[in-house]
Design a protein around this ligand. Structure first.
Ligand code: ADP
Ligand code: ZN
Ligand code: ZN
Length: 782
């Protein structure tokens, strides 16, 4: 009997001890009893000898031996993340390991692994050298279906007179794809396998939508432009840990750079793995397709929360076993087990979605950099609008700056600021001003596409009674109920509360309730009225609730079935739309005046990203130049060259620094000015922050706890040279009937802050307060 230290799948602060018949390697997956349940766990420490106390310890239920143990590097990652983010190790494990795995027996896991292996083994076929000759001799070329099948396998048609040696390099043919080419493909391939003409190879693990197998025609790699080449070389030549900031304007061909460095990393060693992170589920399919067509032989594992549970386990296992050499996913993929990790790419590294906002509030980007250091490998953070933290690190030489200053194809759109206060239509409550209407009409006439974004879904953010001033407030939250016209409901976007729209004002009975403000649905309605001839589509969280809806929506834009796309920021990121020549932000000013220090940074990034969707067609005139800012911006009649792509911003504050730097496409200047502000205010990246978040139904209980927490913090904070601010209500002070406040701690030293937090957390735990609280390190939402 030995005693094992095991991290169990539960948010416990302690590591638990269990007995087992034999020692187990650290990282071994096990199942253990916890209370009346059996839960997953990971062995942390090699066994010690049975202690006297072991009589009272419970035994490990079973070992999940169908999976190799997790690596020491993975355990170190989780330990680091748990300690840095001040969360229980079990909670981090819960975030890192697929739920399917955590809740299944060893036998169930073994069965799934075996089934997956069997499926992979007969999943695809490749022509052998013997097949090049044998198959050519055996087939009757006039038989069309047969010719299609052999050609898909890579056998050149005889008519082309190609010799066997010059047959095309063809990716393996998936069985599913083969069946579409020839009804008896399965039998034929079995036959040919027996003859030694084809051989089965594992199919890529990635399941793309509709499982297309592999794209019929892979786009050939671009010839790299000089700046792209320089970036690729820098990364490929890097030795050991090497953090890079790839600062490339939108459309500068960052993806091509990623593909090249992935190719290099994969070619260096037949077993290496690369990790590619993307901020949003919606951005994984296009990137997965690019990767699949460039690396047809490789298995790609996809890791994001949109996969069915068992499927996510399959992908996770492919990464964990090393079978998948390319792992693509959202922030949770930063915690994947990657035994042979050799390169990490974080696309759109500035994106706030990289920060988890509940449970273990980790930053996937920061963990990615930590992982790269731990493994001694390069990490590439890519963005057109880097996070100020990353930019600052590059300025100080901690990250190496790689710059792609020009578009690879097309040209950057001209940014025009439309003065909302000078437009009578906007002043009287219209949503689409005269200049914007004009610009849209132009696009419609030319058969080009427009993209309009507004950061609010629903019809109107609030319903108001003009007679008594009643507002549609959520009864459970400090928030308005949003008016959704499509199903005539009022909905709370925070707690989910939903009620039918009242016929009359609940307070005074007035029948004249009016929607106030605007959301995507209202903009869509306005556009339908203004442009009855146009095909208008909307993409936002409401429209894409159905699985696959987002993708089919974007596909319609790509295929040209949509003239005007309306949506939230969802439509502004990443997509390589070829026919969009006009992007407009309807009223983004709110971002200028939030109390959130990152407001301007986010607004700048958002508009720059949005602008990035325009003018990507290679046929655009004047490629590769940043347009000179128009001179007559504010009256909407700028002498824009015909057919130039444009980004229009309807704003009441065109003179604001954010808009002025946007107009000049000048991230550098924006960042420099923001950093001066941040330094002056002692804000990140010039200080380090943490929040103690606390919530409770009763405000008095909450306040008592915050008082206690403040007391507990005082002495250690002073000793560590940290500033503890008085408690303040969260920006959403009440959600679902629960009051929320937080205490901000700030200091110039990360180490001092960490030391303090560990101490503070321990004393808070000891206080056994009945309030829900959690520490949020490097908070990005307040
Ligand atoms: P980013 O991710 O930087 O916004 P993309 O990677 O989407 O940019 O590339 C923008 C467009 O430029 C794509 O259509 C891509 O195919 C094209 N492109 C990339 N590199 C080159 C190149 N070297 N030559 C020509 N076109 C390129
Ligand atoms: Zn009223
Ligand atoms: Zn609510």
């Amino acid at each position: 009997m030995v005693v094992l230290h095991i991290a169990v799948d539960a948010p416990l602060w302690d590591v638990l001890d269990y007995t087992h018949t034999e020692a187990l390697v650290p990282g071994t997956l096990v199942r253990v009893p916890l209370g009346r349940q059996t839960v997953g766990g990971v062995v942390l420490d090699a066994a010690g000898p049975a202690r006297a106390a072991s009589a009272t310890l419970r035994a490990v239920t079973e070992v999940v031996d169908a999976l190799p143990p997790l690596g020491a590097d993975w355990l170190a990652l989780l330990r680091f993340a748990a300690s840095y983010y001040q969360r229980p190790l079990g909670e981090l494990m819960g975030a890192a390991l697929p739920g399917w795995l955590r809740s299944r027996s060893a036998a169930a896991v073994a069965a799934r692994v075996a089934a997956q292996r069997a499926r992979r083994e007969r999943a695809a076929f490749r022509l052998t050298p013997a097949g090049q000759l044998g198959l050519r001799a055996a087939i009757v070329p006039r038989h069309a279906a047969l010719a299609r099948l052999t050609s898909a396998l890579g056998l050149a048609p005889l008519e082309e007179g190609a010799s066997a040696a010059e047959t095309r390099a063809t990716p393996p043919l998936a069985l599913a794809a083969a069946r579409r080419l020839h009804p008896k493909a399965a039998a034929l391939l079995r036959d040919w396998t027996a003859q030694g003409w084809v051989e089965p190879v594992p199919a890529p693990a990635a399941r793309m939508p509709d499982d297309p197998g592999l794209p019929a025609e892979a786009r050939p790699p671009h010839v790299l432009q000089a700046a792209q080449q320089a970036a690729v070389s820098a990364v490929c030549e890097a030795q050991g840990f090497a953090p890079f900031l790839l600062f490339g304007v939108t459309g500068s061909g960052k993806t091509e750079v990623y593909l090249r460095i992935v190719a290099h990393a994969l070619a260096k060693d037949p077993r290496t793995q690369v990790l590619v992170l993307t901020p949003e589920i919606n951005l994984t399919p296009p990137l997965a397709t690019r990767l699949a067509e460039r690396f047809p032989q490789e298995s790609i594992a996809l890791l994001h929360s949109g996969l069915a549970e068992a499927e996510r386990f399959d992908h996770w296992r492919a990464a964990h076993s090393g079978e998948a050499r390319i792992v693509l996913g959202t922030r949770l993929a930063a915690l994947a087990s990657l035994p042979r990790l050799a390169l990490i790419i974080v696309d759109e590294e500035h994106d706030p979605s990289y920060k988890q906002q509940e449970g273990a509030r980790y930053s996937a980007r920061d963990l990615a950099v930590w992982r790269a250091r731990q493994r001694g490998v390069p990490v590439v953070l890519g963005s057109a609008t880097p996070a100020l933290e990353s930019w600052h690190a590059a300025q100080r030489g901690r990250y190496r700056l790689l710059e792609l200053p020009e578009r690879a194809a097309g040209r950057l759109p001209e940014v025009r600021l439309l003065h909302a206060r000078q437009d009578p239509l906007l002043r009287t409550g219209g949503l689409v001003g005269a200049a914007l209407q004009e610009a849209i009409l132009q696009r419609l006439a030319r058969g080009e596409q427009c993209l309009l974004f507004i950061n609010r879904r629903g019809y109107a953010p609030v319903l108001r009674c003009p007679d008594c001033g009643w507002l549609s407030d959520c009864p459970h939250c400090d928030a308005h109920l949003v008016f959704h016209r499509t199903d005539r409901t009022l909905r709370c976007h925070h707690c989910g509360h939903r009620t039918p729209v009242p016929r009359a004002c609940p307070d005074c009975g007035s029948l004249d309730l009016q929607p106030l403000g605007r959301g995507t649905q209202r903009v869509e309605e306005a556009l339908v009225a203004l442009f009855p001839q146009a095909r208008i589509a909307r993409i936002d969280a409401d429209s894409v609730r159905r699985r696959g809806a987002a993708q089919s929506g974007f596909a319609k834009v790509h295929s040209g079935e949509v003239d005007i796309l309306v949506g939230t920021q969802m439509i502004t990121k990443g997509h390589d739309f070829q026919r969009v020549t006009l992007v407009a932000a309807l009223n983004p000013d709110a971002g200028l005046f939030t109390h959130d220090v990152r407001g301007p940074e986010r607004l700048f990034a958002q508009i720059m990203q949005a602008a990035g969707r325009a003018g990507r067609a290679s046929g655009e005139p004047g490629a590769n130049t940043v347009p000179t800012a128009g001179t007559a911006d504010t009256d909407g009649s700028a002498a824009a060259p015909v057919h130039a792509a444009e980004m229009l911003v309807q704003t009441a504050y065109p003179e604001h620094m954010v808009y002025q730097t946007l107009r000049a496409h000048d991230y550098r200047s924006f960042a420099a000015q923001e950093l001066v502000e941040r330094r002056r205010a002692g804000m990140p990246p010039f200080s380090y922050q943490a929040l103690l978040r606390a919530e409770h139904k009763r405000p008095e209980t909450l306040e008592a706890f915050l008082l206690l927490a403040t007391d507990l913090a005082a002495a250690p904070a002073q000793a560590a040279g940290l500033m503890v601010y008085p408690p303040v209500p969260a920006s959403l002070a009440r959600v679902a009937g629960v009051h929320r406040q937080h205490i901000l701690v700030e200091g110039a030293s990360r180490a001092a802050l960490q030391g303090f937090l560990t101490q503070w957390r321990a004393s808070l735990l000891e206080s056994k307060a009945r309030v829900r609280w959690a520490i949020d390190v490097d908070p990005t939402e307040f």
